[in-house]
Design a protein around this ligand. Structure first.
Ligand code: UD1
Ligand code: UDP
Length: 386
């Protein structure tokens, strides 16, 4: 049995951690750290409650801030916890700031780091997430790749040691939820929707929310198209819709239903029964494909190139005309194109655990002992979650 320290903090990380945590706890002790990057009930607690993710052992409560402020607060807290808990390895997933902070803290202390969803690249360095994933991969001991493309990206950067093609933990989560969503979610009825007759949208990428013109172009497309459109609005986007004066246009469009972010089972139910998903999310693009729902991606590039190659996902950017044109052609996705991956079998989490077990026999990292002295002077305090 190993002591494994898993670090989460943002919504997609909770989704990925749920199946992985279940698998880790079969043979190992897991200490779960929530950085507090996401903190609204609908962005955090609903995932612990709705996905059987155990309550975090520690919550650093870092909250929002600039990239530097937020990441720095995480670094201080995570470093102290690595020193006090002395795990055999640290696990981070995806590319939010919470992943980068965990990676840097573990790397500097010479504690082996496992990166789940390693190797993804958008090749767009203006995305903060691209910086986070490149740096995280650089200091990872185990690079756990969801796709062959991710393995190839790493090889092209000269990274081959510790690289494993394990499949996608988000598929594990999606498969778990698909069996439960219809029985446990009443979101379709609650919102008065007709299965197969509505669109589902999410928007939160900085390039869309922080650029008023891009956000306006997206909103114009949502309002102009005529189907019922459900939009669970990320808190970041809720704020910028107000700031840029776009809320009145949406309020005047009765076919556009704005909601708070919804829990995972509700979101899966919406994805399964939508005619099409419109999104700039990474995870949501994939989930649409997992559930065989066509996807229109409000970005110019994607890390999940397979979804586009399969024909189920179209990249249209934040362009009103292209969004509307893509919606006209969604039915073509459903006819005849092949979708799937041999590793979409619901066992990615188990394969990751098998890789983690390789770390059990490594000698104890030397850096931890040296830095213990520094810890007593930081005096970091932690809030444990309710
Ligand atoms: C972060 C990740 C992004 C991921 C997304 C998932 C980084 C750099 N970005 O983006 O990769 O796709 O999470 O959703 O880490 N806010 C609230 N309540 C919350 C959380 C956020 O009101 O519970 C608001 C705050 O105004 C905050 C803003 O949303 O400043 C942005 O939050 P932040 O966590 O910094 O980035 P995300 O856009 O959520
Ligand atoms: N999600 C959710 N409720 C919502 C919106 C998204 O449960 O209202 C889930 C979705 O199913 C996916 C994850 O959140 O598993 C994606 O997170 P997000 O889009 O915030 O981040 P990204 O994947 O872009 O990093």
């Amino acid at each position: 049995m190993m002591k494994i320290l898993s670090i989460v903090g943002a919504r997609p990380q909770f989704v990925k951690a749920a199946p992985l945590s279940r698998a880790i706890r079969v043979d190992h002790e897991e200490i779960l750290i929530h950085t507090g990057q996401h903190y609204d009930e609908s962005m955090s607690r609903v995932f612990f409650d709705g996905m059987d993710l155990p309550a975090p052992d520690f919550n650093l409560g870092v909250g929002s801030g600039s990239h530097a402020e937020q990441t720095a607060r995480m670094l201080v807290g995570i470093e102290a916890l690595i020193l006090s808990e002395r795990p055999v390895c640290v696990v981070v997933d995806g590319e939010p700031n919470s992943a980068l902070a965990g990676a840097l803290a573990a790397g500097k202390l010479n504690v082996p780091l496992a990166h789940v969803e390693a190797g993804l690249r958008s090749f767009n360095r203006s995305m903060p997430e691209e910086i986070n994933r490149i740096l995280t991969d650089r200091v990872s001991t185990l690079l756990l790749c969801p796709t062959q493309t991710a393995v190839d990206n790493l090889r092209n950067e000269g990274i081959t040691n510790g690289v494993h093609l394990v499949g996608d933990v988000m598929f594990d989560a999606a498969a778990w939820a698909a069996n439960r969503a219809d029985a446990h979610s009443d979101v379709i009825e609650r919102l008065g929707l007709v299965r197969g007759q509505f669109l589902l949208a999410t928007v939160h990428r900085a390039s869309n929310t922080d650029d008023p013109q891009n956000l306006a172009r997206i909103v114009r497309a949502f309002v102009k198209q005529t189907k019922t459109l459900v939009w669970p609005v990320h808190p970041r986007t809720r704020k910028t819709l107000e700031l840029h004066g776009l809320s009145p246009m949406l309020e005047a469009a009765p076919h556009v239903i704005l909601t708070d972010p919804v829990g995972y089972l509700d979101f899966v139910a919406l994805t399964m029964h939508a005619a099409c998903v419109l999104t700039d999310s990474g995870g949501v693009q994939k989930e649409a494909c997992f559930h065989k729902t066509p996807c229109v991606t409000l970005r110019d590039e994607t890390e999940w190139v397979e979804t586009v190659q399969s024909g189920w996902n179209q990249l249209v950017g934040a362009d009103t005309r292209r969004i509307l044109a893509a919606l006209e052609s969604i039915d073509q996705c459903r006819t005849g194109s092949v979708l799937g991956d041999a590793l979409w079998d619901g066992n990615a989490s188990q394969r990751i655990c098998a890789c983690l077990s390789e770390l059990a026999n490594r000698p104890e990292p030397k850096g931890v002992v040296v830095t213990l002295t520094a810890r007593s002077s930081t005096g970091t305090r932690f809030a444990t979650p309710a």
